[in-house]
Design a protein around this ligand. Structure first.
Ligand code: GDP
Ligand code: CA
Length: 301
């Protein structure tokens, strides 16, 4: 079975791990958000792709949800003691990946090619593809001004309320994205933040168009449990920008693009424009992630 998964970082990576344990990994293509990508200390960092890579390679830190397990922070400590830029946390183990990617990008290798190479080197069978090789950046509009995504999210601790999100850059799908969507038996939208993880992927016009014109089911998983984000600002963003945190508000983020929404048992049962599938969506461990993936695939069958 071929599955194309649109994914952000933490929630997306947790789901991706369940998905590749529920189906033949070679049939899975994870299309990752790059709207959060940034330069840190001269290094090219792709936080969402990295969360997916580490999760599928089994190197991820389960509790933190991002970065590597067994991580240490000596290099960052040196940066701090030297008065360097230390607001974005890069661990010692993590650094190596950024070094390899940065060198590759500098030498002209596209992000999709270096991402595939990193995944292969770590023994990952699924394909991991950035939504685009072009520069696409998420901007957050708040009452305190407009900020690049990571400045709002990390440096300001996503405290500012969000009035809108914008995507800078004309982007074409990376090689492999179109093929994955066209060849998929099911398209899945991970339980990621709709506004800042999935919308930047859909901001690539050809990806949005492919979803709108799909001939196979597209199933989204809500990132909310009981109307609350498991972590992060998705609930506050939905409340302010969509007017609420029910399944209908989540589905509204994907209007015309999905056939079904998978929601948690604890969520409200109000009217929904697409098919509703109710299950336990909290991915407490790999088993829970796999069960959720199986429900999603069942909904797409
Ligand atoms: P980010 O790029 O690291 O912010 O990651 P994502 O956008 O992929 O994931 C963040 C979203 O994942 C948040 O809105 C969380 O509510 C959601 N999330 C995290 N863990 C779970 C879970 O176990 N179940 C569900 N349904 N959503 C989750
Ligand atoms: Ca992200």
């Amino acid at each position: 079975m071929n599955v194309a998964l649109l994914s952000g970082g933490v929630g997306g990576a947790r789901f991706a791990r369940g998905l590749v344990s529920a189906v033949e990994p070679a049939g899975v293509t994870v299309i990752g958000n790059v709207g959060d990508d940034l330069d840190v200390l001269g290094l090219a960092v792709s936080p969402d792709l990295d969360s997916i890579i580490y999760a599928l390679a089994g190197l991820h830190d389960e509790e933190r949800g991002w970065g590597r397990s067994g991580e240490t922070w000596e290099a960052l400590g040196t940066v701090s003691s030297l008065g360097g830029e230390d607001w974005f946390r890069l661990g010692d183990r993590d650094l190596g990946l950024h070094l390899v990617r940065t060198q590759a990008l500098r030498s002209g290798e596209p992000l999709s090619a270096v991402t595939a190479r990193l995944a292969r080197a770590l023994g990952i069978e699924a394909a991991i593809v950035p939504a685009t090789d072009d520069r696409l950046r998420t901007w957050i509009d708040t009452p305190a001004g407009s900020f690049p995504f990571q400045e709002w999210f990390v440096a300001r601790g996503h405290r500012d309320e969000v009035d809108g999100v914008r995507f800078e850059g004309e982007a074409r799908p990376a090689p492999g994205v179109h093929e994955a969507l066209a060849g998929a038996d099911a398209i899945v939208i991970a339980p990621s933040n709709p506004y800042v993880s999935i919308w930047p992927i859909l901001a690539v016009e050809e990806i949005r168009a492919a979803l709108a014109a799909r001939r196979v089911p597209c199933v989204a998983v809500s990132p909310l449990v009981g109307g609350r984000a498991v972590r992060g600002p998705a609930d506050r963003m939905l409340a302010r920008m969509a007017g609420g945190t029910t399944p209908a508000h989540v589905a509204g983020c994907y209007a015309g693009l999905i056939d079904a929404l998978v929601v948690d048992e604890s969520d409200s049962a109000g009217l929904l424009a697409v098919r509703r599938i109710v299950t336990q969506t909290l991915m407490t461990d790999l088993d829970a992630s796999r069960r959720l993936a199986e429900v999603v695939l069942g909904a797409a069958a």
